[in-house]
Design a protein around this ligand. Sequence first.
Ligand code: PLP
Length: 408
Amino acid sequence: MHAPAVTPPNVHDAEPIPAAVRGEIDRLLQSGDLFRYTAPQDAPVSLLESEFAEMMGSKYALAVSSCSAALFLSLKALDLPRGARVLIPGFTFAAVPSSIVHADCVPVLCEVGENYRIDITDFEAKLDQVDAVIISHMRGHTSDMDAIMALCDARGLPVIEDAAHSLGTLWHGQKIGTIGRIGCFSFQSYKLVNAGEGGILITDDAELVARAVIMSGAYEHTWQKHKSRPGDNTSDLRDAFQRWQNKLPLYNLRLSNLSAAIIRAQLPEIPRRVRDGRANHDHVAARLNQSPWIEVPEALGPEERAPDSIQFNMVGLDEAEIRAFAEAAGTAGVKVQVFGLSQDNARAYWNWQFLPEMPELPRTREMLMRACDVRLPARLTRAKCDAMADILLDAVAQVAGPVRAYGT
Ligand SMILES: *Cc1c(COP(=O)(O)O)cnc(C)c1O
């Protein structure tokens, strides 16, 4: 017997795009001015770049068609030779190793622990075999950036932050995405800011941004429409553009003005989404942690997250019981994805069969086999968060029964 049915929260509907953008969309539809380089200045894509750079406190921003495109351009901007090796965590989204393969480089995977963060011992052991590093802050979980930067700086290795899912996250109060040489973000619908598709990269390095801008598709002299932050010295950037003129391929990964307008309208919403997402996460985490069968890993000390989903580990249950739990929760209306158990999951590294070298990562595999993933949008009310926690706790009680008297 278990508790009466609870109405499950709807975690799939997106938040409406702020209505204030309709005038701007209408203006773009009327004028047909959808291409970023048509207007002589102040195209929505250019305005997004300056606003985003300002918001993050970085010198330059380049808006592109996706975070994957931003990662690809970052690797290209670093001028890595064909076959260069790029270290990434073994727990990330398939798009990340894909961007490395796209850039003619070889992904090297390191172990991730049961708290979803990079295993620094394995990371260090593999650093001497690589030419660059992409730190994926997977599901917004930040690995120990102090250790990572110290190890990479000591070897002169460039660090790209894949902050696709970490907009609004802080590390020692510093914005995630501003710690490495380049930070990349996503505006795909499942991220904090939703434009359907889109991405942006930020950096303080004029040379890197000039190369990325040209390769993103700034043909002829359209690069002149890319600016530094107001007040910054512009000659570094202009010199870099002139140096790379006609020397680089144009991959055409630009963003459209329509997407930029939709993104700009959501920038003022970010602090609220971060605050509410964090409160929802922490509330549900505290409730789930009351079960002896569920463990939500804690944030690292310097980390302040901006979650829109929750991950937790099943403790003391076998694979059949974990499957039964996910099924019971699903029947009650809360979809639980166990990264390593759901078929063809794009976050389980063994499904990345396109990798030139397939490693074995026992720790990461072990974590993926009992780590659960549940969407938890910032817009959910406290009552809806409680309904979700009730359903999850009820599902685990159905499977594991009342707390067993003996240890696990
Ligand atoms: C979504 C995501 C990506 C890919 O972003 P796109 O904009 O869809 O290319 C990369 N890394 C992480 C961690 C993500 O969550």
